[in-house]
Design a protein around this ligand. Structure first.
Ligand code: ZN
Length: 116
């Protein structure tokens, strides 16, 4: 069966398991894949960094309160955090690195900083 190169579509002659017509095409193809995943990771890292910056701004002393509206107005994205901490008392903190937040009543959030 004739196979064609995944990069340029040229017919491949030779071993059955070959996917590319040349080393150049293999490199080009793999570079594109890496670029996509790098972009994906970069976008997530940017969101994490932005969230972290917002929390740091609102919590310069290591402990404070804010509102959901205030966080959203600064562009905080609640879908992105680095880890979740469940306390023995049943509270759930979401962290961006060492900056954390926990939902209180009425859309208020308490902001904390983890001692590292
Ligand atoms: Zn090719």
């Amino acid at each position: 069966m004739m196979k064609s190169c995944l990069e340029c579509g040229e017919k491949i002659i030779g071993r059955e398991d070959k996917k590319f017509c040349s080393d150049g095409c293999r490199n080009a193809y793999n570079n594109k894949i890496n670029k996509d995943s790098n972009n994906f990771m970069r976008n997530i890292n940017n969101k994490l960094r932005k969230n972290y910056r917002i929390l740091s701004e609102l919590n310069p002393e290591g402990k404070s309160k804010t509102t959901r509206a205030k966080l959203l107005s600064k562009g905080f994205d609640f879908e992105f955090f680095t880890n979740v901490l469940q306390t023995k008392t049943g509270n759930t903190y979401h962290f961006l690195y060492d900056q954390g937040y926990m939902l209180l009543d009425n859309d208020y959030y308490v902001l904390v900083k983890k001692d590292l």
